[in-house]
Ligand binder design. Structure first.
Ligand code: AQP
Length: 328
């Protein structure tokens, strides 16, 4: 199978990104699929407008991708801006997409609300999904592993592919989202009604590269639910269910087994075991991060080689697209 997915370099990766998406990227890589994983730096421009910060974020994201175990020998790793076809096809898709479709995207509405409080809403926030459709369709993947929050954008991508194929002739495969139920939406530690996200503030998320004491402290301060039973019931016990989902994600134990292990234990016991499990799971990732930071030239080479492969791949597709739409 062919797999594609991406992540924005908007700061430190957190357990939401990791358990919802990145960890699954690894599984595909280890099963002899053809994987393309990209740092979507052009998308980050919709919110990051400081060159030094963006450059640093991109660098850290590259190191982080290798640290979690992505292997440039097995997966094609690249930054979106290294492959110009993304913006080219993104523009073409913008001309095929009804404005109303973009305006009804949940992410747009949420980000626009936040942006209104700061510098105002830039048009990139609105057209984000057409660029994302290009990121995906350029590689004709079978599956796109993402968290639940990207499901709507994936549906739009499918619509755009269908519309292009119908208007100009068959080129694009219709990709399927791959969403893993239990970790599809890792929630905030402070507000389990909202997805874990950096923009909510530091107490809401656990960064993959945070130090142990900070991780333990955040888990200790995580909100819980009423009653005492440790049970997975997202509707009635959203906070405890979220802690169990994280626990399951970092131990690979089914939630049912964890419920049994924790039977009769207190919420404090759950938090203490969870903190141990999170720290144990990410310690080797952090170790790798230090090693790749010290050997950044290897990381850069891996992304350069990946970008070269991605460019070759996309040139073929863009030639076909240009022919079909009448650009030559
Ligand atoms: N909380 C989450 N639970 C499950 N999956 C998640 N993803 C993100 N948050 C969660 C998945 O991670 C992948 C990369 O997502 P992104 O690059 O869009 O990151 P983000 O969602 O912008 O991260 P933040 O922290 O929410 O950024 P801010 O706050 O800076 O805007 C995707 O597959 C996504 O589904």
């Amino acid at each position: 199978m062919r797999i594609l997915s991406g992540i924005q370099p908007t700061g430190q990766f957190h357990l939401g990104n990791y358990l919802g998406a990145l960890k699954h990227w690894l599984k595909f890589q280890d099963r002899d699929n053809e994987c393309f994983y990209t740092i979507v730096d052009l998308h980050a421009l919709t919110t990051v407008h400081d060159a030094r910060t963006l450059r640093q974020n991109i660098r850290e994201s590259k190191i982080a991708m290798l640290s979690i175990g992505l292997n440039p020998e097995k997966s094609t790793l690249f930054a979106q801006s290294q492959v110009h076809a993304h913006t080219q096809l993104g523009w073409i898709f913008t001309t095929l997409t009804p404005l109303g479709e973009l305006e009804r995207m949940t992410q747009y509405k949420e980000k626009a609300k936040q942006a209104l409080k700061n510098n105002g809403v830039n048009a990139g926030l609105l057209t984000y999904p057409t660029l994302m459709a290009a990121d995906i369709l350029l590689y004709n993947p079978d599956y796109v592993p993402v968290g639940e929050d990207q499901k709507q954008h994936l549906e739009l991508t499918r619509n755009i592919a269908e519309k292009f194929n119908k208007t100009y002739g068959q080129i694009f495969k219709i990709p399927n989202p791959m969403i893993y139920k239990e970790t599809a939406r890792i929630m905030s530690l402070q507000d389990p009604a909202k997805k874990m996200s950096k923009s909510l503030g530091p107490q809401h998320y656990i960064g993959l590269f945070e130090d142990e004491s900070s991780i333990r402290d955040k888990i200790k301060k995580a909100v819980t639910d009423s009653e005492k039973e440790i049970k997975y019931d997202p509707k009635n016990k959203p906070a405890i269910s979220n802690l169990l989902a994280i626990y399951s994600g970092v131990t690979d134990k089914p939630i049912k087994d964890l419920e049994k292990e924790l039977e009769g234990k207190s919420y404090a016991d759950l938090k203490s075991s969870l903190a141990d499990a999170v720290v144990a799971h990410i310690a080797p990732i952090q170790q790798k991060y230090a090693e790749f930071t010290a050997n950044f030239s290897f990381v850069e080479r891996a992304f350069e080689t990946g970008a070269e492969k991605a460019r070759t791949e996309t040139e073929k597709v863009m030639e076909l697209v240009s022919q079909k739409i009448g650009l030559e």
